[in-house]
Design a binder for this molecule. Structure first.
Ligand SMILES: [Zn+2]
Length: 293
């Protein structure tokens, strides 16, 4: 694990990051408190009228690409996204929408990867090969260690369709922080990402799924449109469900950038293969969260 934080960062900072990483890896975003705290997402139905074309209509990956990554058959093409997004019409500075599951009847789920510890070059190949849609939530301290943000930029795909979003500066439990401290954590990472990418990311995920009213106020004040939670977490081999024992339409799946030291020897790409296989087996496919939210 020390290898991935052995980049050009001062020793003291490296030590701090190591401590932080340990804390993150032990509890992840998916601890018992994850997803159960805070408030319920609004259950407004998805507005669906005339479907629009997908954001980046590119040739679908071929069956051979899936076989290369251990999947028997290609994922089904996702349906056309809805014409309206959940955050449409949200006023600047308003509290973000809290989204735990995307309201849809389509058999689609959304993949999200958090923190940014593992920077496995094989996953870049896999994501490109499979043209996999997913959304990233990066914590500054964790993402910048080692090869840094450059790694995640390679994962954005054609037209930067996979977006890089806010997961705070240092991965605290926001509910334990003052409103000011929360603002520093959330808006500080908005600033970091805006400087790199020229725009404030619209999506935010609170570490451990923990938030309160001050979180919503802070996030809304610095340009966040939606606070993304989850009801499904990817473990090493299996998914864990907050409700029931299988995927439901619109599920947001929480996974992490993790490698063999955190996955009991399993690689990030193998974990993703396991995840995709389970999604396929349950008759679902993967869609792009940004097309819905
Ligand atoms: Zn996290």
């Amino acid at each position: 694990m020390s290898s991935r934080i052995s980049g050009p960062i001062p020793a003291r900072r490296a030590a701090a990051v190591t401590t932080l990483l340990l804390a993150v890896l032990l509890s992840g975003c998916s601890g018992s408190s994850g997803g159960s705290g805070g408030k319920q997402a609004s259950g407004a139905p998805s507005p669906r009228t005339e479907p629009t074309a997908p954001a980046s209509p590119s040739a679908a990956p071929d069956a051979a690409a899936y076989r290369r990554w251990g999947l028997d058959k290609p994922l089904a093409a996702p349906p056309a996204p809805p014409s309206a997004k959940l955050t449409d019409g949200l006023k600047p500075g308003a509290a973000p929408k809290v989204i735990r599951r995307v309201p849809t009847n389509d058999k689609v789920v959304f993949l999200t990867f958090d923190d940014g510890a593992e920077k496995d070059p094989e996953f870049v190949k896999m994501a490109k090969d499979l043209k996999l849609p997913f959304t990233m939530f990066l914590t500054d301290d964790i993402a910048r260690a080692g090869s840094g943000y450059g790694y995640f930029e390679q994962l954005r795909g054609e037209g930067n369709r996979n977006t890089i979003n806010n997961h705070t500066l240092s991965h605290p439990n926001l509910r334990t922080l003052s409103a000011d401290a929360q603002r520093r954590e959330i808006c500080g990472q908005q600033d970091v990402l805006e400087k790199r990418y020229g725009g404030k990311p619209p999506l935010f995920r609170p570490p451990y799924g923990n938030y309160n009213d001050a979180t919503l106020a802070a996030a809304g004040g610095c340009g966040v449109k939606a606070l993304l939670l989850w009801e499904v977490t990817m473990q090493i081999n299996d998914m864990r469900y907050a409700q029931g024992d299988k995927l439901r339409p619109g599920d947001i799946v929480l996974a992490h950038f993790r490698g063999p030291s955190e996955l009991k020897g399993t690689t990030m790409t193998r974990m993703v293969t396991n995840m995709l296989r389970s999604i396929e087996r349950q008759g679902f496919t993967v869609a792009r969260l940004e097309d819905y939210v």
